[in-house]
Design a protein around this ligand. Structure first.
Ligand code: UD1
Ligand code: CA
Length: 472
């Protein structure tokens, strides 16, 4: 563990989140497509390096650790969740040698780096032992309230939890965000004075305000510029409100950079999505994960795109479902296309309705306009895949690849049994079942020959008519 470094961040994330009534630990519930805790770690990572961020885990600790392990943060275990003050006691040996501590809450995810830094600067400038980030939300119910020593004074007398409010105190509009700065030596000198003498029988970190005051230490508060960013989430309804706020912020960010989003309130756009100027997004579109979309694209209604990269001037028509794939400039996809993981779609490719691709590369200008399954295939540029083409990539045991050369023509309703190769410029006759390689520029026809019987239908009708007449 690092010692004598100036600043550490402690993130409280051990709680169960009883009020969510969910099996999933609260800090792993998602807003904007990302766990609450991941948002808080991202904000903290721009203040200190991850080796100075200590996440206190407890309830389903392994699951929480695993979800954010890739960020490189440190973990501290709180095996029994005996309150926010107890969580800091559990972190003591890891962080007591830092000069200052910033404490963040794993369930207050909209907090911005700028606000954390502003609080930290105020804390240093005021030479305080404890600094509390506060806000005046529309409805303070449920939050701890700030009792200032005098109106307008930065100095705080105490934090009073909702359940301990004395008559009249419920009118206090200033709330505790659960985000603090501490001078570590002073915090740890007094931390053991916490008692569980309260409504929940827990050790409240909030009680440190009164304890430090009583010891004649300086406790101050600074108000967040924007109450929305310190709202917590204790219930599903509160989580959904934060999700809406985060998605609104994302849509605003994209629109400010030149993207047109019609009815943004109907779209679900994850926090990390990037879109370039002059792209138009219609109502009820979902853009998820790390999706990147270039300029001048059109994404039409009811399309869902997850972790895809789209070039410029790409047109995605209505009702497409696309994941973990890439589409190059000028391609036109849909309506009703399904693009599964590993599809690499070249420039100016056309993929039409009810075409499914998976681990398939389509070269520039290739077309598959109607009804097809194209799995585990390499399709050369300029090829035309007819309606109803099915690649049989699975033999019941293994998956095999299909190679189709450049400028090939696969007639409608063909079945290509992999592994198989169709050469450059080759033709496959409609309704063929292709089991052997087709050389370049050849024609392969793999279907029963047509038999035509002249006058057969007329003769049959005459025979039936004669039988009827004989019968009466
Ligand atoms: C807390 C504050 C309250 C403040 C509010 C802001 C206390 C006593 N109250 O209340 O003043 O207005 O946050 O959102 O601190 N946690 C642990 N270990 C525990 C208990 C909790 O790590 O033993 C973690 C939780 O996972 C959560 C955070 O601490 O991320 C806050 O705990 P929570 O129970 O949500 O506190 P609130 O009731 O919201
Ligand atoms: Ca909370």
């Amino acid at each position: 563990m690092s010692s004598h470094a100036p600043l550490a961040v402690v993130i409280l994330a051990a709680g169960k989140g009883t009020r969510l009534k969910s099996k999933r630990p609260k800090v792993l519930h998602e807003i904007g497509g990302k766990p609450l805790l991941a948002h808080v770690i991202a904000a903290a990572s721009r203040v200190v390096a991850p080796e100075h961020i200590y996440v206190v885990v407890g309830h389903q600790a392994d699951r929480v650790r695993e979800a954010v392990a890739s960020t490189g943060v440190q973990f501290v275990e709180q095996t029994e969740q005996r309150g926010t003050g107890h969580a800091i006691q559990c972190a003591r040996s890891a962080v007591e040698n830092y000069e200052s501590l910033l404490v963040l809450s794993g369930d207050v995810p909209l907090i911005r780096t700028e606000s954390i830094e502003r609080m930290s600067r105020f804390h240093q400038a005021e030479r305080a032992a404890m600094t509390i980030l506060t806000a005046h939300p529309d409805d303070p119910t449920g939050y701890g309230r700030i009792v200032r020593r005098a109106p307008g004074s930065p100095d705080v007398e105490a934090i009073v939890e909702q359940k301990s409010l004395a008559p009249g105190q419920e009118k206090i509009g200033e709330i505790n965000s659960g985000i603090y700065a501490f001078k570590s030596a002073t915090l740890f000198a007094h931390l053991d004075k916490l008692t569980a003498n309260n409504a929940h029988g827990e050790l409240y970190l909030t009680d440190m305000a009164g304890i430090l005051r009583a010891a004649n230490e300086r406790v101050v508060a600074i108000q967040a510029e924007n109450a929305a960013e310190v709202l917590g989430a204790n219930t599903i309804a509160e989580l959904i409100a934060l999700d809406a706020a985060m998605r609104d912020a994302t849509a605003q960010r994209l629109m400010a950079s030149g993207v047109t989003i019609f009815r943004p309130e109907t779209c679900i756009i994850d926090a990390e999505v990037e879109v370039e100027a002059d792209t138009v997004i219609e109502p009820f579109v979902q853009l998820r994960g790390k999706t990147r979309i270039g300029a001048d694209c059109s994404i039409r209604s009811y399309t869902v795109i997850e972790n895809c990269t789209l070039g410029n001037a790409v047109e995605i028509l209505e009702h497409c479902v696309m994941a973990d794939s890439s589409v190059a400039d000028g391609a036109r996809i849909g309506p009703f296309a399904r693009m599964r993981a590993g599809s690499e779609i070249g420039r100016n490719v056309h993929i039409g309705n009810f075409v499914e691709t998976k681990k398939t590369r389509m070269g520039n200008g290739a077309k598959a306009n109607h009804f097809a399954y194209l799995g585990d295939s390499d399709i050369g540029g300029g090829s035309n895949i007819g309606a109803g083409t099915i690649v049989c990539n699975y033999d019941g045991f293994h998956k095999h690849r299909t190679q189709i050369g450049e400028g090939a023509f696969v007639g409608s309703n063909s079945t290509l049994v992999a592994p198989v190769t169709i050469g450059d410029g080759a033709y496959v006759g409609a309704a063929s079942c292709i089991t052997k390689d087709v050389p370049a520029d050849a024609l392969a026809v793999g279907r029963a020959r047509q038999v035509t019987k002249e006058n057969w239908a007329a003769a049959r009708r005459a025979k039936i008519k004669a039988a009827k007449e004989a019968g009466k």
